[in-house]
Design a protein around this ligand. Sequence first.
Ligand SMILES: NC(=O)c1ccc[n+]([C@@H]2O[C@H](COP(=O)([O-])OP(=O)(O)OC[C@H]3O[C@@H](n4cnc5c(N)ncnc54)[C@H](OP(=O)(O)O)[C@@H]3O)[C@@H](O)[C@H]2O)c1
Length: 376
Amino acid sequence: MDRNYLLQLPYHLDLPFSEASFQLTREHLICPRDRALSDTYNRQVWLASRPTAIPHAEHFGIREVEIPNIAEGEILVRNQYLSVDPAMRGWIADPRGYLPQVKVGDTMRAFAVGEVLMSRNPDYVVGEMLMGIFGWQEYAAVAADAVLLRVKERDLPCSLALGALGLNGITAYFGLLEVGCPESGQTVAVSTAAGAVGSIVGQIANIKGCKTVGFTGGPAKVRQCLDEFGYEAAIDYKSTNDIDGAIASVAPGGVDVYFDNTSGPVSDAVMRHINIGARVVICGTAAYPSWNPWNTGPRPERHLIVKRARMQGFLATDFSDRFNEAAAQLANWIREGRLRYREDILEGLENAPGALQRLYSGQNDGKLLIRLAAAG
Ligand SMILES: NC(=O)c1ccc[n+]([C@@H]2O[C@H](COP(=O)([O-])OP(=O)(O)OC[C@H]3O[C@@H](n4cnc5c(N)ncnc54)[C@H](OP(=O)(O)O)[C@@H]3O)[C@@H](O)[C@H]2O)c1
């Protein structure tokens, strides 16, 4: 059978199906695009070429393969939501990253949340919802080391396991509390303040009694920072040509914790305002234009010496043995109405290839996700 075409199952025709009575003809073959749900095939987004800067839709392809069999110890997960994360750009482009580069031809590595359909691993039961590295695809046959979190907060939407209760929330939680070590009354500054990580950093800082200053792109996101995420001040770095002056006016007492998601000009400016003993938390480098040539720019060392400050990078996975603790606390804050979140959900796998470009142009309005048919 031509793999590019699929059998149009009788339920599309509202007829009872019996193999004996059903004869396959060319009329029963339809283009995959016309089909809402796959029962026997797995659609995957794969890396078609390696970008040197921001990945665009043309760097990916969509293909269909058979749903894989699972080996002893593996599980078959049917994905409901796929995550779109800035880190995915690094997984493709950064040859010196913390994970091996995704190879051209491979299914794109991604976090996803889905339901266990089959299990040959006694630790996982059919019907359980899991979050893990399941890839940009409909079905994933994976070993236990791909699973990052069991979705325990079943009263809340499972999509949150990729955002506020997933890597984004957990990153915010440990990055701020364990690396930034904020104290009540101190000033916490955050770049990408309206984003999936940044919006939660700002709110946790508020919960801990800190004053918060956010940096974000555009007036709509500035309003979100002030009205939804409780920042005391928000600076639109895209329309300000004097970031230095803007920081001085909203944080005259200086910055005690800087949660840095971008590097670049915003961070260069913040460094001139850090206080003695400040903690600079290096979480992301969204402002890096590319990894080749390697980025250079203003040198922060002098500020660190003069202010006896600490700058420390971290990965959320450094705290993987405490993920459940963070997810449970974040969920309680959501239930109590103390933690708000925004999701920007694109419908269907075909939207995944262009999603990283959307993220890096700042068009995302909250946690960027792809919803698949299995989510219902
Ligand atoms: N260390 C870790 O373990 C870890 C884990 C998760 C995420 N992260 C990092 O956390 C950061 C935020 O991730 P997220 O998932 O929450 O994404 P996000 O903030 O929801 O979305 C990315 C945002 O980055 C900003 N941006 C894009 N290009 C930029 C540029 N050239 N200069 C300045 N800002 C730019 C845009 O916000 P504006 O519209 O406001 O410009 C965009 O909305 C990323 O750097 C990511 O790599 C780190």
